[in-house]
Ligand binder design. Structure first.
Ligand code: PEP
Ligand code: MG
Length: 549
């Protein structure tokens, strides 16, 4: 912090996670459990009303859980659905229900306060238990508490959806499941207390083209709702209570930024060709219709990575085949006629589905992620394959398998695709593999025999090569996606790809210092977030000579 005493201005400097400048009013978002709940006394004649409110909330949440259990049972089987059933049992536990009632009669305060205090006591009791399985049930209780409070306070929607367009969102953390709600909000910037520069939340803010700063400890307490903020996503600073001088200087830079962007945009619909005539396709990484629209507007040559998981994160339960088909079809409409690559659900690690209460894994990033997850839930995989087969009749489509480690995973997905295609009497679309583990990179020649194209996920490839978690700011300096070790793996992938097209769809594809080297290594497709397509096209045009080392 500086200057707080003399000018009132405070500058917080932390991690720049999404570039650009933004000026807007703060919208401070808190988890419903951290929010100050109103506590008020209830007169004797209103106690029954309050008790009815609690009983109604219990019924509503019970109904939600029942619907989730039924849907999950269909796709993932009884074992998974049992988790929702277990939540229902917790909710209906007679001792819990009578504790609500007893506490209401004793304390005579509103339902929200009763629910929050009874459940937080339950949670603490479970967490204190030495039996790990029981202490993990604490998360289930916190989740039930959130669900009940949302019903009682009438905020069935995620509160993040209430953040007004043009504001700067200030939040403790930004989970992927929350980011999806922001997509259409038109927010100007984001300030986050926790999370590394390469976290999925960081990627999502970049995808939205929203400047963001992370690691700002205490931001939700320091910054007041409605305060004007200057967010510099290049330098990683947030200025609170800025002086007139600082605002004028900031606006000057904002104006300059807009001018540079206008130059890139002016020829974004032309192809990106190196000076010696090599055409490089600059495509877009997207996750919803708004992204696809922006990608097309910004001159993307295709969709290089459609992250399907947003459609799963948006839902309170698993989407059905028809729901997913219609959602994807609508989202992809603006890109009809272009090449589109849709990635199968990439869950695990930090990308947890809110409706899927998976058992705790000790090292989730080294656990059942990507292809491993899909193969563990074959019905979920086949539903997506059927949806994509239906779509392949309408647009030029490629299917991408996430986080592959071994060739046999590709073989298994390939045979599921062939079987579904035969049943539906539809030709198999192109099948591609994300190369994002060192194992897949080093054995790429075996994988290449089983697929039609390769896509390098440089974010995970860096995480697993440099042994530096993408969510962990403490090892951010180890997370170097241009490190010689990563570059060497990329060279191997390009050399041993058996002539298949190779794209890069991680953040590296937009790095001003790496684009030329990637092209020289043999990468022919760069897939980047929609706001960066015009700039990356200009970078390709500046490459003097294409050479293969
Ligand atoms: C990657 O790992 O580089 C990638 C594109 O996948 P995601 O960021 O969605 O994990
Ligand atoms: Mg990845």
């Amino acid at each position: 912090m500086r200057g707080a005493e003399t000018t009132g201005e405070v500058q917080l400097k932390r991690l720049a996670i999404s570039s650009g400048l933004a000026r807007g009013f703060a919208y401070v978002h808190r988890d419903i459990l951290d929010q100050l709940q109103f506590r008020y006394s209830v007169s004797d004649d209103k106690i029954d009303d309050e008790w009815n409110r609690i009983k109604t909330a219990l019924d509503v949440v019970d109904g939600d859980l029942q619907r989730s259990a039924a849907r999950v049972d269909q796709e993932l089987g009884q074992k998974m659905a049992a988790i929702f059933e277990a939540h229902r049992v917790l909710l209906r536990d007679p001792s819990l229900v009578s504790e609500f009632e007893r506490e209401l009669h004793e304390r005579r305060v509103n339902a929200e306060d009763i629910v929050k205090s009874v459940l937080s006591r339950y949670e603490l009791r479970l967490r204190a238990d030495e039996n790990t399985a029981l202490s993990e049930r604490g998360d289930d209780i916190a989740d039930l508490s959130r669900r009940l409070l949302r019903v009682l306070t009438g905020t069935r929607e995620h509160t993040i959806t209430q953040c007004p367009p043009g504001c700067v969102l200030v939040t403790r953390q930004l989970l992927p499941s929350e980011c999806v709600h922001l997509k259409r909000r038109g927010i100007a910037g984001v300030v986050i207390e926790r999370g590394g520069a390469t976290s999925h939340a960081a990627l999502l803010t970049r995808e939205m083209g929203v400047p963001a700063v992370s690691g700002v400890a205490g931001a939700t307490d320091l910054i007041l709702n409605g305060e004007q903020l200057l967010v510099d996503g290049n330098a990683g600073t947030v200025t609170v209570r800025a002086s007139a001088e600082s605002i004028a200087e900031f606006d000057g830079r904002l104006c300059e930024q807009n001018k540079v962007q206008a130059v890139h945009l002016s020829h974004c619909h032309d192809p990106a060709v190196t000076q010696d005539g090599q055409v490089i396709q600059v495509m877009a990484n997207v996750g919803c219709e708004a992204d696809v629209q922006l990608a097309v507007k910004n001159g993307a040559d295709g969709i290089g990575l459609y992250r399907i998981e947003y459609h799963f994160l948006m839902m309170s339960t698993l989407p059905s085949e028809d729901e997913l088909y219609h959602e994807l079809r609508n989202a992809l409409k603006p890109a009809m006629g272009l090449d589109v690559t849709v990635r199968l659900l990439d869950t695990g690690g930090d990308k947890c589905m809110p409706w899927l209460d998976l058992p705790h894994e000790p090292d989730p990033f080294l656990g059942r992620r990507g292809a491993r997850f899909l193969l563990a839930w074959p019905e979920l995989l086949r539903t997506q394959l059927r949806v994509l087969l239906r779509l392949s009749g309408e647009t030029s489509l490629g299917i991408l398998i996430p986080m592959v480690t071994r060739a046999d995973e590709v073989q298994q997905v390939r045979s599921a695709l062939t079987q579904e295609a035969e049943k539906m009497n539809i030709a198999c679309p192109r099948l591609g593999v994300m190369i994002e583990t060192p194992a897949a990179a080093l054995c790429v020649s075996q994988i290449a025999l089983l697929c039609d194209f390769l896509s390098i996920g440089s974010n995970d490839l860096t995480q697993y090569t440099m042994v530096a978690g993408r969510e962990n700011p403490l090892v951010a300096d180890y997370f170097d996606d241009e490190h010689p070790a990563v570059m060497r793996l990329i060279r191997i992938i390009c050399h041993e790809s058996r002539g298949l097209p190779v794209s890069v769809c991680g953040e590296l594809a937009a790095s001003p210092t790496a684009v030329e080297e990637l092209v020289h290594k043999g990468v022919t497709i760069l897939s980047v977030v929609p706001p960066l397509v015009p700039r990356v096209k200009d970078q390709v045009r500046a490459i003097a000579q294409h050479r293969t080392p």
